[in-house]
Design a protein around this ligand. Structure first.
Ligand code: ATP
Ligand code: MG
Length: 283
């Protein structure tokens, strides 16, 4: 198997906000992301997910530690604007489109200053809007588009300069379930067909399980980093985290039986098997 190139490397990445009662938003994060990966970052509010994304995208500077993206050490790059425009594509929870510009013009924005002619920019924007499924919305303003459509435009804009990585911070956070699922479909297709590396921050386990690697953060640290091998295993992991799972794992079989109204003969064996299955998964 050929080694895939590394797209992102962080070494002991630390971000401290304020002094005195300082907050360690990132606390010594070591992370490697390979080309073509499709992964999510989960974790409770305030655990450092957005801070991590902002460091990788050079939107903010670390207190200490290193970030290397596409072989470039972000501490030493001269032209940060150029790096942001060429190497990373951002998608935020709120699409951040400019309200006075059409969909096509919004997609063209990151292409300015990249040595493209107006015609090349227009053609690329049209190609990308077709790619995200909006061939007939080129000239609409953001206010004339649905939330899901606006987020598609944001995805097209993120792809403008064929970035090394797309950083999406809760891209489905402000959408209804259906439009959110469609955005994840779109990101999955882009990852598969264009080979674009995609990192999504999400609170939604349903979004996470669509990707192939799930990082979990807590208090500025990555506390879990696991591969999504099978969806059945993901279901079991979710069950283990649920109320039922917690009851089973703590051995409260009696309570489970009582709550679902099963007598011992019927339920005991099944519940015991399930408990062992969950235990084995946690080992
Ligand atoms: N500009 C800032 N100044 C001071 N503290 C900050 C700043 N940005 C973030 N923090 C703090 O750093 C910690 C991590 O914030 P971050 O935004 O990365 O969390 P998050 O995991 O993205 O949370 P959420 O799920 O709510 O978006 C939080 O405690 C937050 O209050
Ligand atoms: Mg956040």
């Amino acid at each position: 198997m050929s080694e895939r190139p590394i797209v992102v490397e962080t070494h002991n990445l630390t971000k401290v906000y304020g002094d005195g009662a300082a907050i360690r938003a990132l606390d010594g994060v070591d992370l490697t992301i390979l080309k073509g990966e499709f992964l999510t970052v989960m974790g409770p509010s305030g655990s450092g997910k957005s801070t991590l994304l902002n460091m990788i995208g050079a939107l903010d500077r670390p207190t200490s530690g290193r970030v290397i993206v596409n072989g470039e050490d972000l501490a030493t790059i001269k032209d940060v604007d150029r790096f942001r425009a060429r190497t990373v594509g951002f998608v935020f929870q709120l699409h951040n489109l400019l309200p006075a510009l059409t969909a096509r013009e919004n997609v063209e924005i990151p292409m300015y200053g990249q040595g493209m002619s107006e015609r090349e920019m227009r053609e690329r924007a049209e190609y990308l809007l077709e790619l995200v499924g909006l061939p007939d919305r080129m000239h609409h303003l953001p206010s004339q588009l649905s939330g899901g459509q606006r987020q598609r435009v944001a995805v097209a804009r993120a792809l403008a300069n064929d970035p090394a990585i797309i950083l999406a911070d809760e891209p489905t956070g402000s959408l209804d379930t259906q439009s959110g699922a469609e955005i994840v479909d779109l990101l999955e297709t882009i990852n598969r067909d264009q080979g674009t590396t995609i990192l999504i921050v999400t609170h939604d386990p349903k979004v996470a399980r669509r990707t192939r690697r799930i990082l979990t953060m807590r208090d500025g640290k990555i506390v879990d980093d696991h591969r999504v091998e099978s969806l059945v295993k993901e279901d079991l992991r979710e069950l283990a985290r649920s109320n039922l799972g917690k009851l089973l794992l703590s051995g409260e079989k009696e309570r489970v039986l009582a709550e679902i109204g099963l007598d011992h003969l019927e339920g005991e064996t099944a519940i015991e098997s399930l408990r062992r299955l969950l235990q084995r998964l946690g080992e």
